[in-house]
Write a protein that binds this ligand. Structure first.
Ligand SMILES: Cc1cc2nc3c(=O)[nH]c(=O)nc-3n(C[C@H](O)[C@H](O)[C@H](O)COP(=O)(O)O)c2cc1C
Length: 163
């Protein structure tokens, strides 16, 4: 099968076979207001130095903020956070209004609950089809040592729990 025969929905269905974790990624906009979105594209990219990558699509209202950001915070979600994932995948006006978020050491918005939070410095931003590929260097890790994870598989949320 060559790429000309692969339509978008077939590709989407094919990718649905690959289970991923779920992250909420946050940064500040030009007016220093917190912005954030749910992302399943997040993955580790290199161990030394510690690098991560994810992609952001053009329809995200936070696209320009993330494109210009120097830092962002990746919150990996645990199994009880499906509602939070849906919240940050939505288009509510102020997604942070009812959340007890804090400002982290890098000035980033840090959510109250997560499995692990990685504060990242932007290393590179590349065009990638209709998306932007965001490459970050992990500069701080806050771990809650959980044994469970929220998972996305075949367009649905699931969870893993090894406790
Ligand atoms: C399970 C799931 C995974 C998603 N993964 C991504 C992703 O990796 N990159 C992306 O740009 N949008 C992703 N989205 C869509 C964004 O979360 C959604 O467009 C969001 O409204 C963007 O927020 P904003 O408009 O406030 O920037 C995902 C949505 C869901 C439900």
């Amino acid at each position: 099968m060559n790429d000309e025969s692969v339509d978008e929905s077939a590709f989407r269905r094919a990718c649905g076979n690959f289970p991923t974790g779920i992250a909420v990624i946050t940064t500040l906009d030009d007016d220093a207001r917190p912005v954030g979105l749910t992302a399943s594209s997040f993955t580790s990219a290199a161990l030394s130095p510690p690098m991560v990558l994810w992609t952001i699509g053009p329809h995200a209202r936070s696209f320009d903020s993330f494109s210009r950001a120097s830092h962002y915070a990746v919150h990996v979600l645990h199994k009880e956070q499906q509602a939070l994932a849906a919240h940050f995948a939505g288009c509510g006006e102020d997604k942070f209004a009812r959340l007890d978020w804090q400002t982290g050491a890098q000035g980033l918005p840090i959510l109250p609950d997560f499995s692990v939070c990685m504060e990242c410095a932007v290393e590179d931003v590349h065009p990638c089809g209709n998306q932007k590929l965001m490459i970050g260097r992990v500069i701080n890790i806050i771990s809650r040592n959980r044994e469970d994870a929220l998972v996305y598989f075949h367009s649905e949320f699931h969870y893993l729990d090894r406790s």
